[in-house]
Design a protein around this ligand. Structure first.
Ligand code: PLP
Length: 389
């Protein structure tokens, strides 16, 4: 709908109104679901508006993509059936034996893909210590490295990478910078503004926010042949986000700003409470001034640090598992970014081969009452025997 005064609207307004959606014919203000799998050609046997088949794209998914592209300040965005299928499309589009530089600790599924592609001799992979830009720079090969992968904040230790500095390093070597900012959605961090070439979010998490959709989205500053190749992988593998999930995602994004602000507020309260708690060895949360990446996080999120934090529980691995088991408000489940708080023993989920502290619990803080969350953690730490003396 036209905005007569032409005043730029803030992201919160555009999201709440699904990009000022208004159906011209009926006046409906909620975007429709268009479930067709195929599209009839016109009387001249031409495609109408270039739609042919659902696997290429569909209108509901395109509406969700337009909302995200606008939020990211991107030239274009593509939605996939999961975060993993979006990441895999980027990996798949690279030429055989391409050299990539990736963090040695990151979301375990993506790390697994790199290890698998390297083992099949499909890619050459060099690993760097997360957020360590000197180590990253030392792994790049000028004119040869195709892609640098960053995840910030980095799952599950929540190290923070300086995206602008990483972009400089990647670009100086002629590589593209990929940034997974799943932990801080684009209402907090717009990775493209800091120089990333491809910004990625598992839309399963904050963007949807209700733990009822899996989706992944790539957004880019510049399109071109590489972007067409990524879209081609999506089409050929049939990993476009389906219509019904796109509808749910649009609905979820309408409350993104509110949900994310509340999750940040709650996470700050929980992190401050747990820092120095007698049952907790360490709290990893970029919103804490004691966190080594705090200043970078402040710059990259404007203080909207999000709801993700991890703690190292005092005691044994079993003590940590017991804390997760004994929670009564937190659900003992994997995933993140939903309205409900989750707690998980990360080593159980990511497996033995993944480098993670055995006593690490990952907390996804939701939008419940912060007092209820804190009381729940206190009783679980006490009951598990993490608090001694
Ligand atoms: C940082 C990060 N990247 C990628 C993914 C994969 O996304 P999905 O589960 O939507 O496939 C996840 C999932 O937890 C994640 O946390």
């Amino acid at each position: 709908m036209p905005n007569r005064s032409n005043r730029a609207l803030s992201p919160a307004t555009k999201l709440a109104q699904a990009l000022r959606y208004l159906e011209a014919e009926t006046g409906a203000i909620v975007p429709p679901i268009q479930p067709t799998a195929t599209y009839a050609r016109d009387g001249e046997y031409n495609e109408r508006k270039s739609y042919i088949y659902r696997r290429d794209s569909n209108q509901t998914t395109e509406h969700a993509e337009a909302i995200i592209a606008d939020l990211e300040g991107a030239k274009d965005a593509l939605l996939f059936a999961s975060g993993m299928s979006a990441c895999t499309a980027v990996i798949e589009h690279l030429p055989a034996h391409a050299h990539v530089v990736v963090p040695e600790v990151m979301y375990h599924g993506v790390l697994d893909q790199f290890t698998t592609f390297a083992a099949k001799d499909r890619l050459e992979v060099s690993y760097y210590a997360p957020a360590d830009l000197d180590d990253m720079a030392s792994k790049l090969r000028k004119g040869e490295t195709a892609l640098v992968w960053t995840e910030s904040p980095n799952n599950p230790n929540w190290d923070v990478t300086d995206i602008a500095a990483a972009a400089e390093i990647a670009h100086a070597a002629g590589a593209k910078l990929f940034t997974d900012c799943t932990g801080t959605p684009p209402c907090a961090t717009r990775a493209l503004d800091f120089g990333a070439d491809i910004s990625f979010h598992s839309a399963t998490k904050y963007l949807n926010g209700h733990s009822d959709v899996t989706a992944g989205v790539l957004s880019v500053r510049d399109t071109g042949a590489y972007w067409d190749q990524i879209a081609h992988v999506r089409k050929m593998q049939g990993t476009v986000l389906n219509t019904f999930d796109a509808y749910l995602l649009v609905r979820g994004m309408r409350t993104l700003v509110l949900r994310y602000e509340r999750a940040t507020e709650n996470a700050l309260a929980v992190a401050h409470h747990l820092e120095g708690h007698p049952g907790v060895e360490a709290v990893m949360y970029p919103g804490l001034p004691s966190h080594p990446g705090h200043e970078i996080a402040k710059r990259q999120t404007g203080g909207a640090y999000g709801g993700m934090l991890s703690i190292i529980v005092k005691g044994s691995e079993q003590t940590a598992i017991d804390v997760a088991r004994f929670c009564e408000v937190f659900y003992p489940a994997t995933s993140l970014g939903g309205v409900e708080s989750l707690i998980e023993h990360r080593k159980t989920v990511s497996g033995d081969g993944f480098p993670v502290h055995p006593c690490l619990l990952r907390l996804s803080i939701g939008i419940e009452d912060a007092g209820d969350l804190i009381a729940d953690l206190d009783q679980a730490l006490e009951r598990a025997g993490a608090v001694v003396g």
